[in-house]
Design a protein around this ligand. Structure first.
Ligand SMILES: [Zn+2]
Length: 302
């Protein structure tokens, strides 16, 4: 955790937290961050975390969604942070993001439309370059995802691929390879299209950190206003360090308790391994309501 004063720039505080991870995170590196972090200036957070080697997965603020022209002369368009060939049918320009409270039918219907749009997207062609650039290939570049009359090889592709309405001989955006810079929508560009099921599965890994916060605030500890006495970021940071260490012990204790094992702290203190008998197991199941209480007792006893 990196603590910053309330109201300070989220990007400044967030970047310091990512930097502190250093080399402890192996490749490939992905960073899932909520809207606070891609709603700051690109040079404050989105670009620096890319330069640290992270692919970013964000949620988009409704204000960030929309259509912009692609690089000049390339016949491409940006939609919600993804570059598409302008052969994309207009009916697929504006698609709602899939949301968890939609019905299964609605989610499936939207996902089919997102997949139809995905065929026209520019996708990464190679790794990021040190100069802050990356090449992307268009939908009719082999292996093609659409059939475009201007790209004869793509026309030999499977008939199950969509055929674009491009006019032979008129320039289009299907068969190009385009170099994008880090400064091209780093707050919106992601490895997966925003609003798809793949994006949802990826972004919703954030429940991991949310459940940790719930543990800190209510499920295991009760860190609220007044929990730390005194003021100052240094004091809070130091005390929070002890608090998180204690939380860690509680999590370890519960994990081992459920499996009738001695937790690492108990082992360190030289306590006896719990007996593992079927009767004990039965008693525990019968008294499962008392389970939480017994772990709290253990906590205050230490
Ligand atoms: Zn085309």
């Amino acid at each position: 955790m990196n603590l910053t004063p309330a109201g300070s720039n989220k990007g400044v505080g967030g970047l310091a937290a990512v930097q502190a991870l250093g080399e402890s995170i192996p490749d490939p590196r992905e960073l899932i961050a909520d809207r606070a972090y891609n709603y700051v200036k690109n040079r404050i957070f989105p670009i620096p975390v890319w330069r640290l080697g992270y692919a970013t997965i964000y949620d988009l603020h409704p204000n960030q969604r929309g259509i912009h022209p692609g690089p000049e002369g390339t016949h491409t368009i940006w939609i919600d942070g993804v570059l598409y060939a302008d052969s994309l049918p207009e009916a697929l320009y504006d698609l709602d993001p899939i949301e968890t409270d939609m019905s299964d039918d609605e989610r499936a219907r939207l996902e089919r439309r997102h997949q139809a749009r995905q065929a026209y997207a520019y996708v990464p062609h190679d790794a990021c370059h040190s100069g802050g650039t990356r090449r992307y290939r268009g939908p009719a570049v082999q292996p093609a995802r659409v059939r475009c009359p201007n790209n004869p090889v793509s026309m030999r592709g499977s008939l199950s691929l969509p055929t674009t309405s491009c006019t032979r001989g008129e320039e289009c955006g299907c068969g190009r390879t385009i170099t994008l810079r880090d400064t091209d929508y780093p707050d919106l560009r992601m490895p997966v299209q925003h609003g798809t099921l793949a994006w949802e599965a990826s972004y919703h890994r954030r429940v991991g950190i949310e459940s940790l916060f719930a543990d800190v605030k209510q499920n295991r500890l009760h860190v609220h206003r007044g929990y730390f006495r005194g003021f100052g970021i240094s004091r809070y940071t130091l005390l929070l360090g002890f608090t998180l260490a204690a939380l860690n012990l509680l999590i370890l204790f519960d994990w081992h308790f459920k499996r009738e094992l001695l937790d690492p702290l108990g082992r360190y203190l030289g306590e006896r391994e719990p007996e593992r008998t079927p009767q004990r197991r039965l008693r525990r199941i019968a008294a499962s309501g008392r389970h939480e209480k017994s772990s709290v007792t253990a906590e205050s006893g230490r």
